[in-house]
Design a protein around this ligand. Sequence first.
Ligand code: NAD
Length: 312
Amino acid sequence: MITRFGLRNFSSATSKKVGFMGLGNMGFSMMRNCMSHGYEITAYDVDDKILEKAEELGAKIAPDVKAAATDQDFCLTMLPNTDIVEQTRMGSNGIFENAREGAYIIDSSTISPSASRKMAEEGAKLGFKVADAPVSGGVTGAEAGTLTFMVGCKKDHFDGVKDFLMSMGSNVFHCGAPGTGQTSKICNNLMLAIQMMAVSEGLALGEKLGIDPAVLSKICSTSTSSCWTLNTYNPRPGILEGVPSSNNYDGGFGVSLIKKDLSIVLDSAAEVNLDLQFGTKAIEFYHELERQGKGNKDFGIVYQYINSLEKK
Ligand code: NAD
């Protein structure tokens, strides 16, 4: 049955309880899909307007983290960054102080792998089943319930984590011990950030040398440079319909978010004494775009910046 909010109403075969914290661009849709699979949601966000929308969908509203975390089977966080996740989990009146023993404590934000590992160690001492489960698939994947989850957790906890996450995604991978989900995510995003710049340079050069960028894109998509940013997320406006580059770079994956992920990448590389030269160059480009006030634009806007650079 479809409800007036467009939710598919699955029977409440699972009436498991979830404390859902962080209902932004990603979290709100994830919460809705979770709810449509029969989970009972208690929602918390610092933004009251978002909470009103969650209440309209049928979620219980929590006034603080404590109320969201108490007596839940699952506590899921989908928050902006490492500091906020640490505060929400380990701060005073946070999840670790209030969740019941044996609860699954899952974080789907993109944060530091080493911080995730340390939080998992602390959580395990308190009897929680802790997992890092960052996602790929963006806002459209969150809406459609087709996210890919990369999970770092103890092997024994994975089946329970997977059952729950399948309400919001279509692929759930066990990457290994706690922290390895975040490691997978930041390595993916390092490759993605550089790939976007490589595609942008190729398209900018080709067009200036006189080839139609649509023709070049088609050729490259069946050649050795074929990749996701070229084939399905092309940053040159007018090549593909329905992608951010053809919508003034609105929607999509923000410059500030890819920059945040690159700074986690570089901190993580420093922890293992690895000098990532392409990653270091990439963050300079996304940082410059943020400085120009384009932090909320889709990261494909790096194409415009690269296309505007002239040799001195
Ligand atoms: P967002 O900024 O839209 O949402 C974050 C939400 O957290 C907001 O509603 C905000 O009010 C809330 N919040 C902030 N501080 C809080 C606190 N202390 N307690 C409770 N709520 C708080 O971000 P998003 O795009 O939904 O991304 C969330 C996470 O997912 C980030 O870590 C991001 O890197 C990651 N991610 C985003 C995408 C994407 O395409 N947007 C894709 C994959 C992963």
